[in-house]
Design a binder for this molecule. Structure first.
Ligand code: GDG
Length: 726
């Protein structure tokens, strides 16, 4: 039997393949993710699947690379030059990247790269399928692979799939501008668990899934037809100790000494990012210029250490950004520079890991002011590297990291004046105050480290899978139906609990147009001769009486407020004495009706219902949450139940619901065979309340507490007709 494995998937494998003469060498990446997942993908049969970092053309070379990577627990997905141009530089980095970072002016809305994006995601899916067995766990990373979860779901319907988005998820208003928005969402929703850096990213995703793909959600659960998916904020951390140690490593110290010799003794502000317009480098430079202008005392005393790591330099926007940065640096250096002092030490290259330790040690201030950033790990690395607890972090509010690091000097990167004053404040902050803030931030970064993040991700994915199984139903197959019929035959007393709308009859626009047809009347009549049949509905008792009163069946109306034993009078449930609470509740609901166009209140004899189907999408949901918590707060302790139905919020005394009613009929009849059919959330109360051996059947798609599911009203009628024949 194969053991279950974990497969990590990302666009790029965490490896650098270099040519050493004729031989290829494989150097592991030191990136945070690779380090944290090292203990996972290198364990047992686990693997990491991704692009190996260069376009290997010949089959011989591909075979060699595949063999070499195998020893590193990696499996390659080979991409052609064309794939890289269209899928990677094209759709990923000229459509998704600017859109997700709110750079609308840079979004390429053209369709020419879309096919390639689909094809490459499919290449990944096909490659992964070769290594995957049912029972494995897949973890897909980032925006280059948004379609992959659904492609994998198609191949492996029951497998555990997690997804993590490393960049922001934009507001619905921005996301909806993308022509392929629906496909992208459906792709992501192939996963069971989706992680984002911040609560806002998660919220934006939920709102897009709801508004653009029509999926309802409750809390952070998205209800798909046959699965429930969870979206969650899970901010990524760093390997704290690794950075802490790196900063005091002898090589980092030696590098600091060496750099200092050429830089001189001025104080340093660190600026370190990949070359990217989202990182706000030109704004930062302009602010530094203004700092030297406004506070001349910093001239010759303070320099900016500007490290820009080359990135995506084939994309035109990145090329012009590079020119802009070059120009600004030249301008500032020529404006203030002296023989003995260079205002900006500018390096356009990447450095070895030990050099980062030296940079983090050397700089009194780190100015991390992206215009938009998913998280920003440099901010956390700087904190972990400050062993003496001095140093000041200036951090953009627009970086995900700002949500955790409120002890930094937080700035709006678009406010130049604020940036200048932040730099001034950082340079003049007393050591004691630096320590105070730094120690608090260190505690946070140490605690929520990357190992913790990885563990939580897998734990959460597992919990979602478990939740899905408790909410999953199996279709009522021929085999299940045979079992049902044989139990039905041998039972001494049989109870049939049947919901009405959506179960025995289809929904119609006019609720009064759902009167029972002849076929249904025959079925109910046929069943009621040998069984206790209870029609249990949310409708008022007058209409049930009119439609079904002539039959020899028990009736339950308004979810249990009214009931009628066959052949007797209607009775009101004694727990449901209405009038005393109506006025109070009505006042609260009126308040929400006044503020939410399209909503109204329906008064039933023992419940009040607020309808919001016609309210603006999103606004209705928001008011629903407000109203629900308002009602719970005001009336919850007095034994009322606030029920969240399909575009309705219903308030009623707690002791009244279909579950209680079903329980009561189960007790009264003491039946040894129970069949319960229902289609919506109020029927879930019945499914949960009945004994385990009851045949609970959900009608239509969606997760449920019922044991079985049938497709629709037609299937219900067929099943019931067969029972009559028995
Ligand atoms: C994406 C999201 C999110 C930098 N220069 C050198 C070097 N680095 C390392 C840093 C840091 C990493 O690169 C950069 O990470 P960031 O988080 O700052 O930014 P992105 O590359 O844009 O990453 C971002 C991240 O994913 C994780 O989810 O935080 O928001 O955009 O670790 O130390 N490393 C070496 N030499 C350098 O010159 N060796």
């Amino acid at each position: 039997m194969p053991t279950h494995k974990t497969i990590i998937v990302s666009n790029r494998l965490p490896v650098r393949i270099e040519k050493d003469g004729d031989k290829l060498t494989y150097k592991s990446s030191e990136g945070g993710l690779a380090t944290a997942l090292g203990s996972i993908y290198k364990d047992g049969d686990n693997i990491w699947v991704g692009w190996p970092g260069a376009a290997f053309e010949s089959d011989a070379l591909k075979a060699e690379v595949t063999e070499g990577l195998k020893k590193e627990s990696m499996r390659p997905v080979f991409l052609t030059e064309e794939d890289l141009e269209k899928y990677y530089l094209g759709f990923s980095n000229q459509t998704l990247w600017p859109a997700f970072h709110y750079f609308l002016q840079y979004i390429d809305y053209g369709s020419e790269n879309w096919d390639s994006y689909v094809e490459v995601n499919q290449k990944f899916a096909d490659a992964i399928a070769q290594y995957t067995n049912n029972g494995d766990t897949l973890w897909v990373h980032d925006y280059q692979l948004l379609l992959l979860p659904a492609m994998l779901r198609k191949k492996f319907p029951d497998i555990s799939i997690g997804f993590f988005q490393h960049i922001p998820f934009p507001s619905y208003e921005v996301f909806r501008t993308l022509p392929r928005r629906r496909e992208l969402l459906e792709g992501m929703l192939g996963a069971d668990y989706l992680g984002f850096h911040t609560y806002d990213d998660m919220r934006h995703f939920l709102s897009s899934a709801h508004r653009l793909a029509g999926y309802p959600y409750s809390g952070n659960r998205i209800i798909l037809e046959n699965r429930t998916v969870v979206a969650d904020p899970l901010p990524m951390g760093i390997d704290y100790e690794k950075y802490e140690e790196n900063a005091s490593h002898p090589e980092a110290v030696e590098r600091e000494n060496r750099y200092r010799k050429s830089l001189g003794s001025q104080r340093l502000i660190l600026s370190m990012d990949r070359l990217d317009y989202s990182k706000g480098i030109p704004r930062r430079l302009r602010a530094f210029d203004a700092l030297l202008e406004r506070y001349p005392e910093y001239r010759e005393k303070v320099s900016l250490l500007l490290v820009v790591v080359p990135s995506r330099d084939q994309v035109p926007n990145y090329q012009s950004l590079k020119e802009q940065v070059d120009e600004l640096v030249g301008k500032i250096n020529s404006k203030y520079g002296r023989m003995s002092w260079v205002p900006i030490h500018y390096f356009y290259r990447s450095y070895p890991f030990r050099a980062l330790g030296a940079f983090y040690r050397m700089c009194d201030v780190a100015a991390i002011t992206p215009v938009r950033d998913g998280m920003n790990l440099v901010a956390k690395e700087y904190i972990a590297s400050r062993k003496n607890q001095d140093g000041v972090l200036i951090l953009s509010e627009m970086a995900g990291a700002a949500k955790e690091l409120s002890d930094a000097i937080l700035v709006n990167p678009n406010d130049k004046n604020q940036l200048v004053e932040a730099m001034h404040r950082a340079l003049t902050m007393p050591k004691e105050e630096q320590k105070l803030h730094m120690s608090i931030m260190q505690e946070t970064v140490r605690k929520y480290n990357i190992y913790n993040w990885v563990k939580l991700f897998f734990d959460n994915l597992k919990a979602v899978k478990k939740m899905q199984t408790t909410m999953s139903t199996t279709p009522l197959t021929a085999e299940g139906q045979n079992e049902l019929i044989s139990k039905y035959k041998s039972a001494a007393r049989r109870l049939l609990l049947l919901d009405y709308d959506g179960t025995l009859v289809n929904f119609k626009n006019d609720p009064l147009a759902c009167a029972p047809d002849d076929e249904l009347m025959d079925i109910i009549r046929g069943l009621s001769t040998h069984n206790d049949v209870v029609i249990i509905s949310g409708r008022n008792h007058e209409i049930l009486d009119e439609w079904l009163g002539s039959l020899s069946v028990h009736l339950v109306a308004e979810h249990g407020v009214w009931s009628r034993t066959a052949g007797e009078e209607w009775k009101m449930n004694s727990a449901a004495n209405a009038q005393t609470w109506h006025n109070e509740a009505r006042e609260i609901m009126d308040f929400y009706v006044d503020r939410t166009p399209g909503t109204f209140i329906e008064k039933k004899s023992n419940s009040l219902v607020w309808h919001y189907r016609k309210a603006e999408k999103g606004l209705g949901e928001m008011r629903k949450s407000e109203l629900t918590s308002h009602l719970k707060h005001m009336l919850g302790e007095r034994g009322f139940q606030v029920m969240d139905g399909d575009h309705v919020v219903e308030l009623k005394p707690e002791s009244v619901n279909k579950g209680r009613a079903a329980e009561k009929w189960q007790e009264t009849t003491n039946a040894d065979f129970t069949l319960c059919l229902g289609d919506d959330t109020t029927d879930e109360d019945m499914f949960s309340a009945l004994p385990e051996n009851a045949f609970t059947v959900k009608v239509g798609p969606g997760s449920s507490h019922a044991r079985f599911a049938v497709e629709n009203v037609k299937a219900v009628r067929k099943l019931l007709s067969e029972l009559i024949d028995v």
